[in-house]
Ligand binder design. Structure first.
Ligand SMILES: *[C@@H]1O[C@H](CO)[C@@H](O)[C@H](O)[C@H]1NC(C)=O
Ligand SMILES: *[C@@H]1O[C@H](CO)[C@@H](O)[C@H](O)[C@H]1NC(C)=O
Ligand SMILES: *[C@@H]1O[C@H](CO)[C@@H](O)[C@H](O)[C@H]1NC(C)=O
Ligand SMILES: *[C@@H]1O[C@H](CO)[C@@H](O)[C@H](O)[C@H]1NC(C)=O
Length: 249
């Protein structure tokens, strides 16, 4: 049994590594220092034109959260961030951000983050709908992502559609793609979204950096999926299992 598991883990690691060169061909040189973990804030600062998203990540503590997750070797799947430009935020209806509670702003930011590293090419292996980091508190928050024939991605929340063609960085464990629209989650802005703020999780302690694993694909946020959410989680579970096996061996 152990050799089989090892083979699975090795195969998973090989597949993950095999995906990297394709991304390197498309992505500019990584903005992060080669030593140490990648720093999403530094990548966005270097690229410029992401000041609103940086500010929103700071005010929701998602910058330190993500950076600490990136510095946690247990999170072997890596992360993908869709970073809206300042223009994207300027094009929102006035007051859109201010109409959100703090918790909803956290969900908005996390709705731009996938708990998995994707190159342009490896998005083809993603099965829609793809769960974002915002999933778990009040159900799954998802994106539909499809590669189109021009080597671009179409990303849809169900409320917002955007085409992605610019990688700011795509070096495992962190891929950052520029988007020129804010990915307003269907769960907050769709027709049936409740007007009231989700408050169920407010008693849940948010420990910022130290609770990195809690938001990972195998974390407690995914522990009680039901029905369709459970089916959606299968893809993540397989990837998570491979990562865990790889970690244990
Ligand atoms: C990430 O980069 C930002 C901006 O350069 C910096 O302020 C912050 O301290 C860095 N965080 C880590 C964990 O290195
Ligand atoms: C990454 O984690 C290690 C071990 O916990 C720690 O010593 C180091 O300072 C961290 N690096 C950053 C940039 O946060
Ligand atoms: C991607 O989006 C563009 C623009 O909205 C659309 O014309 C095209 O059909 C979409 N392609 C796919 C594969 O969804
Ligand atoms: C996302 O993809 C799933 C599966 O293909 C589909 O059932 C669903 O309608 C799509 N949602 C949107 C908003 O495109």
């Amino acid at each position: 049994m152990a050799p089989t598991i090892r083979r699975i883990a090795v195969a998973a690691a090989f597949l993950a590594m095999a995906a990297v060169p394709a991304a390197l061909a498309q992505a500019p040189a990584p903005a992060a220092t080669p030593s140490g973990p990648p720093n999403v804030t530094a990548i966005l600062e270097k690229a410029g034109q992401y000041t609103t998203f940086i500010r929103l990540m700071k005010s929701t503590q998602q910058d330190t959260q993500l950076n600490s997750q990136l510095n946690n070797s247990f999170n072997g799947n890596g992360y993908t961030v869709f970073a809206p430009t300042d223009n994207a935020f300027n094009n929102l209806k006035p007051g859109t951000l201010n109409s959100l509670t703090q918790q909803q702003q956290v969900s908005l930011v996390q709705g731009h983050v996938l708990p998995q590293f994707y190159t342009f090419d490896s998005f083809e292996t993603a099965s829609n709908p793809v769960r974002t980091q915002a999933s778990g508190r009040d159900g799954p928050y998802t994106l539909n992502i499809t590669a189109n024939t021009n080597n671009q991605l179409n990303v849809s929340t169900g409320v917002v559609d955007v085409t992605v063609n610019n990688a700011l960085s795509a070096v495992k464990p962190l891929a950052v793609y520029s988007v020129d629209k804010v990915l307003l989650p269907f769960e907050l802005f769709g027709a049936k979204a409740p007007a009231a703020a989700p408050t169920a999780s407010e008693g849940k302690p948010k420990k910022g950096g130290s609770s990195a694993a809690a938001s990972g694909p195998a974390g407690s946020d995914d522990s009680a999926p039901t029905g369709a959410a459970s089916a959606r989680a299968v893809g993540w579970s397989i990837a998570g299992l491979a990562a865990v096996l790889g970690y244990l061996l």
